[in-house]
Design a protein around this ligand. Structure first.
Ligand code: MIC
Ligand code: SF4
Length: 764
């Protein structure tokens, strides 16, 4: 079935079949819950493995869903597919695509950078292409665009459900999809024909009043929401937008907002279907899907009662008045430190931020649509007319080949190049540290602004001293013109080189191309007609790809005498645990990539320099990856300690596989980010949360740690941990976990994959 289903777009038949399920499934949920439904609950109902029996209690039950699609990008697909291959199945059970976007390094510009990427990554691209061909997966070549823009343009549809091995998969919520970012092991389940199991999310409502205008754009809505909810405020929840203001936002603007819901830890975000969604579907040549959606539009939004009295039906309601919203900037180092542009002057002074901006970057999966580039180009055109050029180098990344071809045809690229911008390949580029930056030495403090979504330290250029701020594309271009962080371009004029002053006007641009999209050069490769004939080659001496060995099953004994490898202080994102940038090279080779484990972590026991730890055997300080390896070689099992929201950020399961590979047995944290917690559990690591968050303070560098009572591991039952301190005293502390019976099975078997493999073997 897979072959026929995987084309360059979602077939209308798939959508039609799903919509036929809506009326009954929605009614079943209404009856079972005894109340009206939010939009997200309707989507979950229509995708429940069995609407009659599936778990429905928010934040409590686990539930099985059947997503319509799976999408993977090249940096996570390698590990996901290496795992899938071990299941021994002939093809994927659900329409699946692979998108090549993360491995292209930005250096001099699109043409040269793409060519270089094709050379340097040939082995990995060949692997992904042949695995895709073999298992019935659609393959999008390098240069086709960033996964989330391509999915929005080709595959997303209102009321659908998908999972993707990337944390910004929720981008598709802009077209009314429940689109959830997951680790590769979750994707493997769905590709193997098993349901997607997750805890029933809470639902946070965001009511939008007023309408966007002036310099304010969709980006500013999510920057504001991030400031309100913080990086962990969305954990375990779907963020559902509603209210009259929603209609003032284009479909791609809505996608921007949903995309960055990842930055507040949300399971996903979603907008109701409206005329602007229909317009986007039509403009991207999907009239048939718009027609189908129009036929079921009552199901593609929340019930009227919910809109009228949201407080009764959402777990929390946030009100935003778009008429009053100002353009914002967030950062540095975290996406929830938000301030209006008008306050940046004071903030820069108070905090001592470098005020000269060293680079300005427009693009990434969150802000690279036709409208985004149109608004950026509008500012550029004004600048050109006034004789202004950028004072800060400006890089532009189109989101997809279709966007690139269209903005070229419509003159936007010319507008941007005329003020000095450089156009990069249609890929992630600097957003994921794929940026060969030649102007700045490591350790030099400097300020950059971008329209990206993440700004953790080291993320873009590997330099911990780079301060990264995030704003809308038009904000970034305006700031490239002033060159300064402390210049309020909304209210103050810009000076030209010959001493005149120019007031930039708020940009306006068409949301969709009047002449329709130019699809450019299609990058889609369909799977082989007969997958059995395709060989997948992994060279035994490859440095980039390595076949996986199963992790050992649990031996049934308590974990006694574990060493504390590190105790993370403050933010510990997946970028701290397993950085990207140059390490993307080894995403398909577990032994090699494990050499970056914890290299960005601020460890309480070695705070002088990030990424160090103390070897308890002789008191020496070592890089954490080296220390983990030394413990593994000496058969010393260990535990890692985390602070709040441990594992924030990306979906990369390497951040869970690496500690497992290095003999880490448990992570005990004050709290976890959703995707990472699941990834740890999937790989057979105990993810435990301090029942009393202050117990974090009790863990000392030279402790030995016992995790006991594991034979009685059960949902909801706390796990006892003993901390034996060097002075001979012992602290007994309690930890909790979120393991369902199924998750406990994963721990026992050694990993979720081991369970899947033995079940598949049993089926044969
Ligand atoms: C990211 O933005 O951090 C990434 C790179 O897209 C990751 C996935 C990865 O690490 O490959 C994500 O967001 O999940
Ligand atoms: Fe790529 Fe950046 Fe988007 Fe991640 S956030 S998918 S790295 S563009």
């Amino acid at each position: 079935m897979a072959e026929s289903n995987v084309g360059p777009t979602t077939p209308p038949e798939l959508v039609e079949a799903l919509y036929a399920r809506y009326p009954e499934a929605v009614e079943t949920f209404r009856k079972r819950l005894g109340r009206p439904l939010t939009f997200s609950e309707k989507v979950l109902a229509a995708h429940a493995a069995d609407p009659q029996t599936v778990g429905i209690t928010r934040a409590e039950d686990y539930a099985d869903y059947r997503p319509d699609r799976v999408a993977m990008q090249d940096a996570t697909a390698q590990m996901a597919l290496l795992q899938f291959m071990t299941a021994g199945l002939p093809s994927v059970a659900v329409p699946t695509t692979v998108h090549c976007d993360h491995l292209i390094q930005a250096h001099t510009g699109a043409a040269h950078d793409l060519k270089r990427a094709l050379d340097t990554n040939e082995e990995v691209y060949d692997f992904l292409k042949s695995v895709s061909a073999k298992y019935g997966i659609g393959f999008w070549r390098p240069g086709s665009g960033i996964i989330h823009q391509v999915v929005l343009e080709q595959y997303a549809f209102p009321g659908g459900m998908m999972i993707g091995t990337d944390s910004h998969t929720p981008n598709a919520g802009g077209l009314g999809m429940v689109a959830i970012g997951v680790g590769g092991a979750d994707a493997v389940d769905v590709m193997a024909g098993w349901p997607f199991n997750t805890r029933v999310p809470k639902v946070i409502g965001v009511r939008l009043n007023g309408k966007l205008s002036g310099w304010t754009s969709a980006k500013d809505i999510i920057l504001k929401v991030a400031g309100i909810l913080t990086v962990k405020g969305g954990t375990g929840a779907i963020v559902e937008y509603f209210g009259p203001g929603a209609a003032s936002i284009s479909a791609t603007g809505k996608a921007t907002i949903c995309n960055m819901g990842a930055e507040i830890g949300a399971t996903c975000s979603i907008f109701p279907y409206d005329e602007r969604s229909a317009a986007y579907l039509k403009s991207t040549r999907r009239d048939d899907i718009a027609d189908l959606a129009n036929g079921v539009s009552e199901h593609l939004r929340c019930d009227e009662e919910v809109e009228a009295e949201p407080e009764r039906f959402f777990d929390r309601v946030i009100d935003l008045d778009l008429d009053e919203l100002e353009p914002h900037l967030v950062g540095p180092h975290t996406p929830d430190l938000d301030r209006p542009i008008s306050e940046m002057k004071k903030a820069a002074k108070d905090e001592g931020y470098p005020v000269e901006i060293s680079y300005a970057l427009v693009g990434s999966c969150t802000n690279s649509s036709y409208e985004d580039i149109g608004r950026a180009a509008n500012v550029a055109r004004q600048a050109k007319a006034a004789g202004l050029k950028v004072r800060t180098p400006l890089l532009i990344t189109p989101g997809s080949e279709q966007v690139r071809a269209t903005i070229k045809r419509d003159g936007y690229l010319k507008d941007l190049e005329a003020i000095g911008a450089t156009v990069l390949a249609n890929a992630c580029g600097p957003c994921i540290g794929q940026w060969r930056r030649d102007d700045m030495q490591l350790g030099m403090r400097n300020t950059i602004v971008s329209s990206f979504n993440r700004n953790f330290p080291r993320r873009n250029d590997g330099n911990p001293a780079t301060l990264s701020f995030i704003g809308s594309p038009e904000t970034v271009v305006a700031m490239a013109l002033t060159g300064r962080l402390d210049h309020d371009f909304v209210h103050e004029p810009v000076e030209t080189d010959d001493g005149r002053t120019v007031m930039l006007e708020a940009p306006s641009a068409a949301e969709l191309p009047a002449k329709g999209f130019d699809p450019g050069k299609s990058g889609f490769v369909p799977p082989a007609a007969d997958g059995a004939k395709v060989d997948v080659v992994v060279k035994p001496d490859s440095e980039r790809l390595e076949l996986l060995e199963p992790f050992p099953a649990w031996d049934g004994k308590d974990l006694i005498g574990l060493r504390v490898l590190m105790k993370a202080v403050g933010k510990c994102t997946t970028d701290h645990i397993s950085p990207a940038g140059p390490w993307l090279t080894y995403r398909g080779h577990l032994s090699n990539i494990s050499q970056n484990l914890f290299s960005g972590v601020n460890n309480a026991f070695a705070l002088d320099s990030a990424g160090n730890g103390v070897d308890v055997r002789d008191g020496s300080t070592k890089p954490l990856p080296e220390l983990a390896k030394a413990y593994k070689d000496a058969r010393i099992a260990w535990v890692a300690i985390g602070d709040e929201n441990y594992g924030e950020g990306s979906s990369r399961e390497h951040a869970a596989m690496e500690p497992r590979f290095m003999d880490g047995r448990a992570v005990i944290a004050r709290s976890f980010a959703r995707i990472h917690e699941t990834n740890l559990k999937k790989q057979g690591i105990l993810a435990l949360t301090f029942s009393n968050p202050d117990d974090y303070e009790r863990v000392q560098g030279e402790d030995t740690v016992d995790i006991v009572g594991l034979a009685e591991l059960a949902p909801g039952r706390p796990v006892k941990v003993l901390l034996h301190h060097k002075d001979g005293s012992t602290d007994e502390i309690s930890t909790t976990h979120t393991m369902s019976p199924e998750h406990i099975e994963w721990f026992r078997a050694g990993s979720a994959l081991n369970v899947l493999r033995s079940e598949e073997a049993g089926r044969v």
